[in-house]
Design a protein around this ligand. Structure first.
Ligand SMILES: Cc1cc2nc3c(=O)[nH]c(=O)nc-3n(C[C@H](O)[C@H](O)[C@H](O)COP(=O)(O)OP(=O)(O)OC[C@H]3O[C@@H](n4cnc5c(N)ncnc54)[C@H](O)[C@@H]3O)c2cc1C
Ligand code: SF4
Length: 483
């Protein structure tokens, strides 16, 4: 512990966001640079606790107090070594993780927690800038071939671990570029895509092969895949979305968030599904909804409203969610700030009853009602029915599991009670040599969990192929967030 009084002398501080009226004119990340001196003070706030609960809060088991200390001592080179020891892609989590580690930080019991996520991203950004992130090709090749289906954070983590262990790894991706939701779900203003590209460059130099525009199960059959590879890792995500089957659902202008965001991520303001000049209603109050808000605002929406069926969450921990659990809190993400400054609103405890259309079949309004709940099952409150103008509606209500398409059907894998791909402790499905990692086995989750699963599944695959493994195994497939 470098500075025993750091947590007493420095307050928590994060970089400022660029002014709303400036940042909505472009698609770049919203945060300003954070001076090294300020970061040093943030690292100094770490108390190096005897039992660092942040380790447990982080599904990767990131060695947080160690790298806080190294940053405080200006030993950035060693800091990136310690960070990469547990996390293949800190540039993704440092930007996008909701930081359950900070919810579990001991300082957070009676003060603001250490700014762990900010320290994480500054370490890796500096490492890239200094040229310290070099390819780490395997010293010895095993001659075994592994197919990874899906190039989201789970597939990428599994692929990098397995390539470094000496296996010949091919990542198949049906989209036109690797990255999964990192590339085509999450908008540029949350994480610029250049961060994915420079990591892929390292992976290619290590020997991982990427084959894009290949829909496994269609362009290559499950049988062909099994014949060509010694093991398969299924990391296809939980892409089956939850729908809202109310009257008017088929009207033009009502889209799933994942129909709206991918083209917007490719074409930005020129996306074919465009919010320009439209009244936009975003249904769903989570991360995906926030991404739709920020995108619609940048495309020039006339108005944006977000609807959420749950009541407004509290600003601080509820008694039922004590430290060190990961609490549900009212959040002011960058997109929410942009929404409020633009005169838009977040409306809680409402349910959509109908989409209203014009004669040409376009959505023009949304009918909604206030609800009581959730304890009463979201009972409508009589007399609260009303309409909102809506020319574009995005449904951001989550995902119900993996697509049960040709690939899973032909492989014959089983599913758990929630409809996700079932696997044992080694991440192997009940089909020998076929493993599953990330949202496909866990259900809709987070990037940090996907990376942890990819790493753990890689250790299962390595043991299956060689009889032993030295690869880390950060989490059991059954591990769940502390809530
Ligand atoms: C809009 C949005 C925003 C989000 N924001 C955040 C956030 O800010 N922070 C956070 O922690 N989490 C966020 N999440 C959740 C996070 O992105 C996911 O939990 C994570 O990406 C899951 O990783 P994965 O590798 O399991 O799957 P995915 O990232 O979904 O990747 C799966 C990949 O597999 C490919 N694939 C599927 N089937 C096939 C096939 N048959 N053949 C070839 N390829 C196939 C898909 O095209 C896809 O590229 C967000 C999710 C969404 C939808
Ligand atoms: S990956 Fe997420 S939980 Fe882990 S240290 Fe980084 S911000 Fe915290």
């Amino acid at each position: 512990m470098a500075d025993p009084k750091g947590f007493l002398t420095h307050d928590r501080e994060l970089p400022a966001r660029r002014p709303v009226d400036v940042r909505i004119q472009d698609w770049r990340e919203v945060y300003e640079a954070f001076p090294a001196q300020k970061l040093n003070k943030q690292a100094a706030r770490c108390m190096d606790c005897g039992i660092p609960f942040c380790h447990n809060g982080c599904p990767l088991g990131n060695l947080i107090p160690e790298w806080n200390d190294l940053v405080y001592r200006h030993d950035w080179r060693e800091a990136i070594e310690r960070l990469h020891a547990t996390n293949n892609f800190p540039e993704f989590t440092g930007r996008l993780c909701p930081a359950p580690c900070e919810a579990a930080c001991v300082l957070g019991i009676n003060a603001d927690p250490v700014a762990i996520k900010r320290v994480e991203v500054e370490i890796v950004d500096r490492a890239f800038a200094e040229g310290w992130v070099r390819p780490q090709p395997a010293a010895v090749k095993t001659g075994k071939r592994v197919a990874v289906v899906g190039s989201g954070p789970a597939g990428l983590a599994a692929a990098q671990q397995l390539t470094r262990a000496g296996h010949d790894v091919v990542v198949f991706e049906r989209a036109d570029a690797p990255g999964g939701l990192l590339r085509y779900g999450i908008p540029e203003f949350k994480m610029e895509k250049r961060h994915i590209d420079r990591r892929l460059e390292q992976m290619r130099a290590e020997g991982t092969e990427f084959r894009v525009n290949v829909n496994v199960g269609v362009d290559i059959t499950a049988a062909e895949l099994r014949a060509q590879f010694d093991a398969v890792v299924l990391a296809g995500g939980a892409t089956q979305w939850r729908d809202l089957p109310v009257a008017g659902r088929s009207l033009k202008g009502v889209h799933q968030a994942m129909e709206y965001l991918p083209p917007a991520n490719k074409a930005l303001a020129d996306s074919p599904i465009n919010a320009r000049g439209k009244h936009v209603v975003v249904i769903g109050g989570g991360d995906t909804g926030a991404d739709c808000i920020g995108t619609a605002i940048r495309q020039g929406a006339a108005s944006v409203t977000q609807l959420e069926i749950m009541p407004k969450p509290p600003a601080s921990r509820a008694g039922s969610q004590p430290w060190p659990t990961f609490p549900t809190l009212f959040k002011m993400e960058s997109a929410h700030e942009e929404l409020e400054e633009g005169g838009g609103a977040r409306v809680y405890a409402v349910s959509t009853t109908e989409f209203v259309g014009d004669e040409a079949g376009n959505v023009v309004a949304i009918r909604l009602v206030d609800v009581e709940g959730p304890e009463t099952g979201f009972r409508p409150i009589p007399g609260s029915e009303r309409e909102l103008p809506a020319d574009l509606v995005t449904l951001s209500m989550g995902f119900v599991g993996p697509e049960k398409g040709l690939l899973l059907e032909e492989l014959g894998v089983s599913f758990d009670a929630r409809g996700n791909v079932a696997r044992d402790k080694t991440y192997m499905t009940d089909v020998e040599g076929v493993f599953s990692a990330g949202d496909m086995g866990r259900g809709q989750s987070l990037i940090v969990w996907a990376i942890a699963e990819g790493r753990a599944a890689a250790s299962g695959v390595d043991r299956f192929l060689t009889g032993e493994t030295a690869l880390p195994y950060p989490i059991l497939p059954t591990a769940r967030p502390l809530v």
